[in-house]
Design a binder for this molecule. Sequence first.
Ligand code: NAP
Length: 244
Amino acid sequence: MKDRVAFITGASQGIGRACARVLAEHGARVVAAARQQEKLEQLVAEIRAAGGQAAAVPMDVASAESIAAAFRQAVEIFGKVEILVNNAGITRDGLAMRMKRESWDAVLTTNLTGSFLCIQQALPGMVRARWGRIVNISSVVGETGNSGQANYVASKAGLIGLTKALAQEVASRNITVNAVAPGFIETAMTDALEPAARDRLLAMIPLRRMGTDLEVANAVRFLASDEAAYITGHVLDVNGGLRM
Ligand code: NAP
């Protein structure tokens, strides 16, 4: 992916950060977008120190204006966006019966609507170039459901639907759209798991361990590469066998 321009949302930490590093290591020029500017600057410094190219762009995916401004900035810096990784995501867990409307809205706005709005920003350039890669970070629970996460599961299942609909809409323009569905990955998002819940989970994972952000990033890199040119509308599980 030498010199391809990759825009990665939620790149300040965890899986998004790993995606930025891996894509940059493979020659992509990376736009690292998220709200925490300091962390983005640190990531960009690391990528540059390793000989890669990257730019930090502040962006809140819950704001359409912020998304539009970030894409304008990305195009000013690198001239185009050829790869989009929709990774930014949050949880606001609770049982559906008691879930506050704000928790529902926050998760759907960030995880699903934010991804849709980023796609709308990225697509015109990809269509003009007749080349594009969109990778949406879903989740195993978007495929299986999970008690206490109705909002999150709906957003992640929604991303799978969005992936498949869009894959059909843009295939004729040589743009592929895929999803990666991570299982349980060691990041800040899963740090909050109680030890007992963690043990129960590990017992359900055939590979008997949680995954790493790098293992998810490697799957994203593959789907964003030329090697994956004939794969579209696919959901790639990276889950240690948790769901087969
Ligand atoms: P994380 O460490 O909590 O990182 C989440 C990232 O999303 C941060 O970089 C955060 O950046 C960004 N983000 C959140 N709200 C944002 C907003 N409004 N605007 C822009 N960026 C925003 O979590 P992670 O585990 O790396 O998760 C990354 C993705 O993988 C998420 O979509 C998550 O649902 C998915 N996933 C994770 C797991 C897992 O086990 N960890 C499993 C399946 C799927 P800022 O705070 O700087 O904005």
